[in-house]
Design a binder for this molecule. Structure first.
Ligand code: GTP
Ligand code: SPV
Ligand code: MN
Length: 583
């Protein structure tokens, strides 16, 4: 055995001594293995088979009702210096954190099987990819990791070649919210997660590895690990522009990544190519451009709101070989959620007969897990080892008021400020109150594995000689009118906004200069065929300077909260805009 695998074996043995499993299973990722796991879960109640005629190989998982979302208050970044984790993270000293969580792991797998899950984040032959091994006692986690990552024998072979991998230890424990922690040790490339089976808490390749650990690693190695979708927009001339977009959880990444063009656009020859829907790893190429890969291999998407009208590409990939978590089911055992627009719920997400008095039939954060290969718009370039070149970076939030439909940053440094200043209403993707506006820089508030001040400095450092950086934009699909209705139709019609961006990149579109950035003039935005009127567009593109003045006061205070770690350039940029707003 190679010394690399010897190190892995030794860690597995150590963990087994601590957790005392009945059996140890090394996952190879094969179909046979998956079938055995599915059969096991069907027999122990972890999974229920859905309607085999309408949804072959589709399963429903009902989680513990107290375990339905990420738990930010129990998520820690454990660097040796508190300042390195920053005010944006909960921090615990590494030794204390290990002791606390190891005490929970002690003997926790008695009578259970310990699964060793080798995985690769990113195309298996890409130099940008990174490997990890998750140890878990949850077959549901194994089945999900198999869809979400390149899991099994090939990953193990790469680990053997490279020697380095991220260690992730996970147990569902008692699923007790009072005995639950998600701990990260970026300096040790280690994750320990106890007491939850939910996606972002338990599928350790996703947010824990590909964002918190990877962002920390990316800073020291000179690349970026971001909470961004990657989409390719092909125009009628046949050119494809790749756009990376950061929106907070449940704010539209999956939907934008697999957008269906409005009919007139489709007829004119526009095409949309999905590369990724949640995470993007980017690096400067030799040509000075930023090149991006999607480290994931599947989608763990929000079910509610997905319909043939809003996202046909998503719906069409969900009628076979998919895992559903916490959705409702119809009388004939088909998956159902709010916004599906067909069928009716018979049983709610907790397994009770549906009663509107109990709230929504599907949990608002109910999810589907599906291989990216099942998506019709899946881009063949997703597998390119060098990634795809990024033409534009888009930041966006869920803001009922103030923030216009779209604006462009003046330059890279201004764009970094626009990202750092992002605010968004909280959603059901994390526990806690929904609809509260909070600062969520680059949509990374729950996911940045180090101090935001250092993170912004890292972003600014990409602006160097020879760099051909993407343009930076900000969007808001969620602006509401006086009656609480969305002003912008969203979904497929968001292509109209992307078209303006691409034309800006090419130098073909106009813009109006304002203190907060460059906005399209309403003639620059194609609204042909939309039911919204001129007045709505006017409102969507209006700037209330007085309210923005307040907003920027708040932004300046927020940046000050990071003390000496906030880059001076960012403060200057902020001061410049405040000055322009005041005058
Ligand atoms: P995570 O997987 O949590 O990171 O979420 P996400 O950013 O991928 O969000 P997703 O695309 O799943 O959208 C979340 C919710 O927002 C769904 O209920 C969508 O229907 C809704 N949504 C997405 N795009 C739009 C849009 O353009 N307009 C409006 N009004 N709603 C949207
Ligand atoms: C998110 O919350 O941003 C998600 C789902 O993409 S989770 O995998 O739980 O993080
Ligand atoms: Mn996400």
């Amino acid at each position: 055995m190679s010394s690399q695998l010897a190190a892995l074996n030794q860690w597995v043995e150590e963990v087994a001594r601590l957790t005392q499993p009945e059996k140890i299973h090394w996952c190879d990722g094969s179909d046979v293995e998956n079938q055995l796991l599915v059969d096991l879960m069907l027999s122990n109640g972890d999974l229920m088979r859905l309607n085999e005629e309408t949804h072959p190989n589709c399963y429903l998982h009902r989680s513990h009702p107290d375990d339905v979302a990420r738990v930010e208050h129990l998520t820690f970044v454990c660097t040796s210096e508190r300042e390195d984790a920053g005010p944006n993270n909960h921090w615990m000293a590494p030794a204390e954190a290990h002791a606390k969580i190891d005490a929970l792991f002690e003997g926790c797998m008695r009578g259970r099987t310990l699964y060793v899950v080798p995985y690769c984040m990113g195309p298996i032959h890409s130099p940008l990819s990174r490997c990890g091994v998750e140890i878990t006692d949850s077959p549901y986690v194994v089945a999900n990791m198999r869809v979400m990552t390149r899991m099994g024998a090939d990953a193990l072979a790469r680990i053997e070649r490279e020697g380095t991998f991220v260690k992730g230890l996970h147990s569902i424990g008692e699923l007790d919210p009072d005995r639950r922690f998600i701990m990260h040790f970026p300096e040790e490339l280690t994750i320990k997660s106890y007491g939850s089976g939910y996606g972002g808490n338990a599928l350790l390749g996703k947010k824990c590895h590909a964002l918190r650990i990877a962002s920390h690693q990316a800073r020291s190695e000179g690349w970026l690990a971001e909470h961004m979708l990657i989409v390719g927009i092909q125009n009628p001339e046949g050119e494809t522009h790749y756009i990376a977009a950061a929106f907070p959880s449940a704010c539209g990444k999956t939907n934008l990544a697999m957008l269906i063009p409005p009919e007139a656009y489709e007829q004119a020859g526009w095409k949309v190519w999905t590369v990724g829907d949640d995470i993007c790893w980017m690096q400067a190429g030799e040509d000075g451009r930023l090149w991006a890969i999607n480290p994931e291999a599947g989608f763990f998407g929000v079910a509610p709101g997905t319909s043939s009208k809003t996202n046909r590409n998503a719906l069409d990939m969900l009628d076979h070989d998919a895992i559903f978590t916490n959705v409702a089911v119809t009388a004939d055992n088909q998956p159902w959620w709010e916004g599906l627009m067909v069928g009716e719920p018979a049983i709610d997400w907790r397994g009770r007969p549906y009663d509107p008095a109990n709230g929504p039939a599907a949990h608002p954060n109910s999810r589907f897990t599906v291989s990216a290969r099942q998506c019709r718009s899946y881009s063949p370039h997703t597998e390119d080892p060098q990634g795809v070149p990024i033409s534009a970076i888009v930041f966006g939030g869920r803001r009922a008021s103030l923030v216009p439909l779209v604006f462009e940053a003046r330059d890279w440094n201004h764009g970094v400020l626009v990202g750092a200043a992002m605010g968004s209403e909280t959603t059901a993707a994390a526990t806690g109150k929904v609809g509260i506006i909070r600062r969520d820089p680059m949509a990374m508030k729950p996911f940045c594995g180090y101090n935001f001040g250092d993170y912004w400095a890292h972003w600014l450092s990409f602006n160097r000689e020879g760099a051909k950086l993407p343009r930076i934009f900000h969007v808001n699909w969620f602006r509401k009118d006086g009656d609480g209705k969305f002003l912008w139709p969203g979904f497929g019609d968001n292509l109209r906004v992307l078209e303006w961006m691409i034309n800006r990149v090419k130098g073909d579109a106009g813009a109006v200069d304002t203190p907060i950035g460059l906005l399209p003039h309403h003639r620059d935005l194609n609204i042909d065929g939309l039911s919204i009127g001129h007045a709505d567009v006017e409102q969507l593109l209006a700037i209330d300077e007085h309210a923005w003045h307040q907003e920027y006061r708040d932004i300046a205070d927020y940046l000050d909260g990071f003390g000496g770690r906030t880059p001076e350039l960012l403060r200057q940029e902020c001061a410049r805009i405040r000055g322009a707003l005041a005058s």
